[in-house]
Design a protein around this ligand. Structure first.
Ligand code: DAV
Length: 371
């Protein structure tokens, strides 16, 4: 702000500085670990099973193909929704008890069918995973151009919150709306390598990006293409550096079960997928996530068992972790963290854990480099 006494005398009615409303942005996130002040937690009411298509085939475990083929386009069972809701309630209570302000998206009935001039869907998906559809850098919220047709209207559930944050001073952007025509989906894709999403238009899911201050780490995946990464790179205009990682994931979609920075200098890695940790982390402690516990009674329709490492940091120490993941809990303690345990095994069936189910809205702290 430019202020001189001379200018004050030219504009005699200018308000004194003290009276000018300096709106602190309600949205501010630079890392995955700064102290969490406000967060959005997803909802499962209204969730539907996505229709079977090439994208679902590529990103979901083979043993559940039959589930999608039979149930696609129909609501998830009320019983599963109910038990997942109980876990979400426990999760929200824990967050609030730890002093975090929790917001929820609107509950929408995703069983309504819809179409564009190019395709039709029997139903949408859900608003359970805010981590996927919205990406925040500093005080800017970006609506992501998601590649799943079943997620085309998912952002509607978040619009009331987005408008509110905008009115309070946040920046609000939408990436180019994708058409999701047939050309986006590689017909030759056969699970042997490569990606379903072609370079037809920019697409990306927010969960393919991880923040460490000025450095952002991401992966090319079935839902994030080079075009999408380049759109974001230009949009961020040099303020952040985007590093694209080589990841050995047979069904790449979302990077947050592959690596998660837990605190400055502490990187949790899935060594099955990240054989060689990128050089930039050479001064960091590399914490290898232990093998996930296997719970056969809880079907993971949309993720691998590595969803175990999809934890949420409340600050550099406190970490939300599934209460049955004993090996991980033990490791986290030995690395100096303070695990906070919560049941989430039923929620996991919807395709995510604590990191996926949330969107950090405000964390204390500013933009800096950690490398
Ligand atoms: O390992 O299946 C899970 C991330 C979901 N948002 C995986 C990735």
């Amino acid at each position: 702000m430019c202020q001189t006494t001379q200018r004050d005398s030219i504009v005699p009615h200018q308000e004194p500085l003290s009276a000018i409303k300096t709106t602190e942005s309600p949205v501010s996130v630079y890392t995955e670990w700064d102290p969490l002040e406000e967060v959005i937690v997803g909802v499962v009411n209204g969730s539907c099973v996505p229709e079977w298509d090439r994208m679902i085939e590529a990103t979901s475990p083979e043993k559940h193909a039959d589930f999608f083929q039979r149930q696609g386009g129909k609501p998830f069972s009320p019983e599963l929704i109910q038990v997942a809701n109980t876990e979400l309630e426990e999760f929200v209570n824990i967050l609030e008890g730890e002093g975090v302000k929790v917001r929820r998206p609107e509950e929408i009935d995703f069983s309504v069918s819809y179409s564009t001039p190019n395709w039709k869907m029997k139903s949408g998906l859900y608003a359970a995973m805010p981590r996927d559809c919205l990406l925040i850098f500093g005080n800017e919220i970006i609506e992501c151009p998601m590649a799943w047709r079943s997620r085309y209207h998912e952002l509607d559930a978040f619009k009331p919150l987005l408008k509110e944050y905008f009115h309070q001073g946040a920046h609000w952007t939408s990436a180019p709306r994708p058409q999701l025509k047939e050309e986006l989906y590689d017909k030759g894709y056969d699970k042997k390598g490569g990606y379903v999403a072609t370079e037809f238009e920019p697409v990306f899911d927010a969960a393919d990006f991880i923040r460490c201050g000025k450095d952002i780490f991401c992966q090319r995946s079935h839902v994030t293409n080079e075009f999408g990464i380049e759109w974001l790179r230009r949009h961020l205009d040099g303020k952040y550096k985007i590093h694209v990682l080589e990841v050995n994931d047979p069904a790449p979609m979302h990077i947050d079960a592959t690596l998660l920075p837990l605190a400055p200098g502490k990187l949790l890695v899935n060594s099955e997928r990240l054989g060689k940790v990128p050089d930039i982390f050479r001064s960091w402690d590399i914490l290898e996530a232990p093998e996930p516990c296997v719970f056969d009674d809880y079907p993971l329709y949309m993720t691998s068992e590595w969803i175990s490492m999809n934890v949420l940091m409340l600050d550099e120490k406190r970490v939300l972790v599934e209460k049955g993941e004993e090996a991980l809990i033990k490791s986290l303690r030995s690395w100096g963290f303070v695990p906070i345990l919560c049941s989430f095994k039923n929620f996991n069936s919807f395709g995510g854990a604590f990191h996926c189910a949330t969107l950090d809205i405000r964390r204390k702290g500013g933009l800096q480099s950690y490398f």
